[in-house]
Design a protein around this ligand. Structure first.
Ligand SMILES: Cc1ncc(C[n+]2csc(CCOP(=O)(O)OP(=O)(O)O)c2C)c(N)n1
Ligand SMILES: [Mg+2]
Length: 375
């Protein structure tokens, strides 16, 4: 059996940092700096994420968008981390952290547009759906090549350290992504140079059809930090307050020059890996039911209700409001034009070289009426 290394922040009883138990009972004091507005904001974003998944999956099944990756079940991970960061900290996501962009004020229409690849999309339809990214909110794209984003996060943090910036660079990775050598190289670099990184392993129990136990011989992902010379924290990833407090401590430490932290969020991917996956082919229904009972939104709502901050009708209103905004944005996205063909040639060079301009002109001459695929 692998030896369990007790990392400093773990609760010896559960092995997990937890503020709320699965029934929504407080087991560790709620971070004081979170006022009522902040507490309700976290709820609003988790619900928004869930309703967004519902809508995008419906659009994908209706053939309106090509691909979608649900966050269902993992909402506390991205929302808790998003709340802990400053708006100018950089985020290098894995697959399910796009909501942080919306939390920072990225326009919903442009966010939805990324799934349609239409003219409103800041990436002009060149990316896969869901690979949200915008410099304006300091978020780079999903890295389709798993774990490479952690090297980018470490490299960017190195540059910030050299330049004397006080920003934090948060890199997410899935449990599956930790088997990539880039994971180790990034953590090593960050450990050697005490870089202002927070690495978050979203341990959602699966890497497509491969269960977590086939990704590591270690007793946890958090303990891997010890080998690189920094702290690892194992967190109940379905407790948004626990994710928040671990991420806030890690971000404060990184900003103050204390070096990196590795956070493992223990959670569960309730949906498929993506819209192309059918998890019923490799996963027991009983397991899903077990985790549905630990649903991060239900747990948080139970606590908010106990505190008198949100009742059932208030929670329903939050859902309805999210659905209204998302439905309206989706309608506008469906009605939007496609990127015009000549945009294919944009953004490669600051000044377009003559040979590329000639190719663009030739294409336009040969296809004068091309307006993109039919709606
Ligand atoms: C280097 C690399 N190998 C394989 C893949 C194919 N692939 C895409 S996602 C994925 C599993 C990801 O699992 P995990 O890291 O646990 O993230 P999760 O999907 O559970 O959020 C795989 C194998 C890839 N994108 N990149
Ligand atoms: Mg996974």
């Amino acid at each position: 059996m692998p030896r369990t290394v007790q990392t400093p922040s773990e609760d010896p009883a559960t092995g997990l940092r937890r503020h709320l138990d699965p029934d929504g009972q407080v087991v560790r004091p709620v971070p004081e700096e979170l006022d009522e507005t902040a507490l309700l904001e976290m709820h609003r974003w988790m619900v928004f994420s869930r309703v967004f998944d519902d809508k995008m999956m419906a659009l994908q099944r209706a053939g309106r968008i090509g691909f979608y990756g649900e966050v269902r079940g993992q909402e506390a991970g991205a929302v808790g981390c998003g709340m802990a960061l400053r708006d100018d900290d950089w985020v290098f996501p894995a697959l399910r952290e796009g909501i942080i962009m919306l939390m920072r004020g990225f326009p919903l229409d442009q966010y939805v547009a990324a799934n349609f690849g239409n003219a409103l999309d800041v990436m002009k339809g060149r990316q896969m759906p869901c690979h949200y990214s915008a410099r304006s909110v300091h978020q780079v794209s999903w890295s389709s090549s798993m774990a490479t984003q952690l090297l980018h996060a470490a490299g960017a943090a190195y540059a910030a350290k050299v330049k004397g910036h006080d920003r934090v660079f948060m890199g997410f990775v899935g449990d599956g992504g930790t088997s990539e050598s880039d994971f180790h190289a990034a953590l090593n670099l960050a450990g050697v140079h005490k870089l202002p990184n927070v690495f978050v392993v979203q341990n959602n129990q699966w890497a497509i059809s491969v269960p977590t136990r086939l990704q590591t011989g270690s007793a946890s992902f958090a303990q891997k930090a010890v080998a690189y010379g920094f702290e690892g924290v194992r967190v109940d990833g379905n407790d948004v307050l626990a994710v928040y407090s671990a991420a806030k401590e890690a971000a404060d430490k990184a900003r103050a020059g204390g070096g990196p932290t590795l956070i493992e969020t223990v959670t569960f991917r309730m949906g498929g890996h993506s819209s192309s996956d059918d998890p019923t082919r490799y996963r027991d229904a009983a397991l899903l039911a077990e985790w549905e009972a630990k649903d991060p939104i239900k747990r948080y709502e139970a606590w908010l209700a106990t505190e008198g901050l949100l009742d059932a009708s208030g929670a329903k209103e939050v859902r309805n409001e999210a659905a209204k905004r998302i439905n309206e944005a989706s309608k506008r996205a469906e009605a939007a034009d496609w990127p015009t063909p000549e945009t294919l040639f944009d953004d490669v060079y600051a000044e377009m070289p003559p040979n590329l301009a000639a190719q663009r002109d030739e294409m336009l001459k040969a296809n004068p009426d091309w307006k993109g695929p039919a709606h």
